[in-house]
Design a protein around this ligand. Structure first.
Ligand SMILES: *[C@@H]1O[C@H](CO)[C@@H](O)[C@H](O)[C@H]1NC(C)=O
Ligand SMILES: *[C@@H]1O[C@H](CO)[C@@H](O)[C@H](O)[C@H]1NC(C)=O
Ligand SMILES: *[C@@H]1O[C@H](CO)[C@@H](O)[C@H](O)[C@H]1NC(C)=O
Ligand SMILES: *[C@@H]1O[C@H](CO)[C@@H](O)[C@H](O)[C@H]1NC(C)=O
Ligand SMILES: *[C@@H]1O[C@H](CO)[C@@H](O)[C@H](O)[C@H]1NC(C)=O
Length: 529
């Protein structure tokens, strides 16, 4: 294992110049560069990493693949807000994709954006670059318009609004740039790719300031528009069957139970088409990763650059007969890719520790030589990356996922649901979200056990509970899975589990859902043997 920073690499003459105060301090010249590639809605459970062959070759095979990377929330804006701040959703309060739900809202900007990771990187002397989708409500009038450039970023190429591939506006350093629908000029993943390379071309190995570059692609989010050269690849691919595909889930939360099951043929056809188009959009991401790695290599900067690759949340396509979306507590929606390569990271290593999107910010800060602030809930991954963590001890034993359900008073495509607070109703009006689809889950994953315990904020208590008195406690629908025995979460065992285990999970959930900073690491929790 090579030390991350080495004074030896600085020639004597440069050291002398440093002493004379001619060049910037030693530490600034040897801090590593960091590239962070973030995709949108790319899953792990539906083989979402299969099509990015070059990325796996250029990042995973040259570094670490994390098989248990989770997001704090199975929805774009809350997850992205966690990535930026290193905080759980209950601490950054960006609870859904709307401005009133804290997505890029003026209050969120004041409270959280000012303490997001790029601000600290800037203080460490980093030259910072961002291109692509930021937060779903970025750039609109209510959230400060395109002239709002989030603090900490030097070079800003921010997409106004949510992911699309054509017909959009970018904020280029605070000035609007409109794009239409000409592939060569406007395809967003490629625009991000080109802008990223343009930034890299201006960096130099000998520059006194390291850089941080974040490339945030619309792929593979809806509307799933591939580049023309990829519009017919994977023509034989189908969404994975097996697991919970097309099953009816009688023991789950009402929103899952209402799905039409088995799914009609046209829903399945739509699912397969969507599956193929998601993979196709990822081909342009794969090209981007290749372009970035090649450029770093050509410029002699690859050996001093960390490259992180991840996604903001997972996705489902027919699991428990839910047509397509995210927002659920199951593995397919909360598990995402994470691959990392860089100086000092061993090659072709698979890590099965539970790691989280909130760990990224503290990791970036520690790599940049800064101490992550105590207000961040995540933990730096550096001990894993540099191989000093004891492999017998889990990195963390427990963590939280949170989702605040969203509903709408009117559902134009499914008027039968008007006034019921449902939303995202797709294919025969199977709704993927509702106002009372609010869930908080505790994952307890040690060497010996692996449980997921979820509470839903509604009064859909299961019948065998038959509470005599309805209290807040009995108002919560519960699901419990033993992922060691049941990796597809097919059987809710909340009524079969031992009362002792259930009691520990409930206690720990109550502690974790109000945790901040250190208390979110779960070290002092009650244990299950
Ligand atoms: C954006 O700002 C950065 C930092 O000041 C500058 O280097 C870059 O040239 C600007 N980009 C454009 C396209 O104006
Ligand atoms: C882009 O906008 C034009 C003009 O409004 C429209 O005709 C076209 O269908 C749009 N294309 C896409 C891919 O959204
Ligand atoms: C695929 O792209 C080609 C151009 O590369 C175009 O001629 C063709 O119509 C496109 N097909 C679909 C299904 O979009
Ligand atoms: C690895 O990371 C840990 C935790 O940040 C740090 O304390 C340690 O010094 C690092 N070790 C090496 C060899 O880089
Ligand atoms: C949740 O909301 C839906 C839609 O409004 C409603 O039909 C259902 O009764 C509610 N369920 C519970 C258990 O609160």
């Amino acid at each position: 294992m090579e030390p991350l920073l080495t004074d030896m690499s600085v020639p004597g003459i440069l050291g002398a110049l440093v002493l004379l105060g001619v060049v910037t301090p030693l530490h600034a010249s040897v801090l590593p560069n960091i590239v962070f590639i973030l995709t949108d809605d790319q899953d792990v459970e539906l083989n979402g990493q299969d099509p990015i062959v070059k990325t796996r070759e250029l990042i995973a095979a040259r570094g670490m693949t994390f098989t248990h990377m989770y997001v704090s929330s199975p929805l774009c804006c809350p997850s992205r807000s966690s990535i930026l701040t290193g905080k759980y959703v209950h601490n950054h309060h960006g609870i859904n994709n709307s401005v009133s739900g804290g997505c890029s809202s003026p209050e969120w900007q004041q409270m959280n954006e000012a303490a997001a990771f790029p601000v600290y990187l800037k203080k460490q002397g980093y030259n910072t670059f961002f291109a692509g989708k930021y937060l779903n409500q970025y750039g609109f009038q209510q959230t400060g318009g395109v002239k709002h450039v989030p603090p900490g970023w030097d070079w800003w190429v921010g997409l106004v609004g949510n992911s699309v591939y054509y017909n959009y506006t970018l904020s280029i350093n605070g000035t609007a740039e409109k794009h239409g629908e000409v592939y060569e000029r406007d395809y967003l993943t490629d625009v991000i790719h080109r802008r990223g390379l343009e930034f890299l071309e201006m960096q130099s190995r000998d520059s006194p300031s390291p850089f941080f570059m974040m490339l945030s692609t619309p792929a593979c989010h809806d509307p799933f528009t591939p580049a023309p050269q990829y519009n017919s690849t994977f023509s034989d691919a189908r969404a994975p069957r097996g697991g919970s595909f097309n099953l009816h889930a009688e023991d789950k939360h009402w929103l899952i139970k209402q799905a039409l099951s088995p799914m009609p043929d046209d829903t399945i056809e739509y699912i397969d088409t969507t599956f193929r188009n998601r993979w196709r959009t990822l081909q342009s991401v794969d090209d981007m990763v290749e372009g970035v790695v090649k450029t770093l290599d050509t410029k002699g900067m690859l050996d001093n650059t960390y490259i992180f690759f991840s996604s903001d949340n997972g996705f489902h396509l027919g699991q428990f007969s839910m047509p397509y979306d995210k927002r659920q507590a199951y593995e397919f929606d909360v598990k995402v890719p994470l691959m990392v390569r860089g100086p000092g990271i061993s090659k072709d290593v698979v890590i099965s520790d539970s790691v989280l999107n909130i760990d990224l910010a503290p990791t970036f800060l520690e790599l940049a030589g800064a101490t992550p602030p105590a207000s961040m809930d995540g933990m730096s991954l550096l001990p894993i990356l540099n191989g000093t963590k004891d492999p017998r001890v889990p990195f963390r034993v427990q963590f939280l996922t949170e989702h605040s359900g969203v509903g709408s008073d009117s559902v134009p495509n499914c008027p039968q649901y008007n006034g019921q607070g449902m939303m995202v109703c797709k294919m025969h009006c199977v709704c993927q979200d509702s106002r009372n689809n609010t869930h908080t889950c505790l994952r307890y994953r040690s060497n010996s056990v692996d449980y997921k315990y979820c509470e839903f904020e509604d009064d859909d208590v299961s019948t065998d509970d038959s509470p005599t008195e309805v209290t807040m406690e009995t108002k919560r629908f519960q699901e419990l899975y033993d992922l060691k025995q049941d990796r597809y979460e097919l059987t809710n065992i909340v009524h079969q589990a031992s009362p002792e285990i259930l009691a520990v999970l409930k206690t720990n959930l109550n502690v974790m859902k109000i945790c901040t900073g250190d208390s979110c690491h779960g070290a002092n929790s009650h244990h299950i043997r």
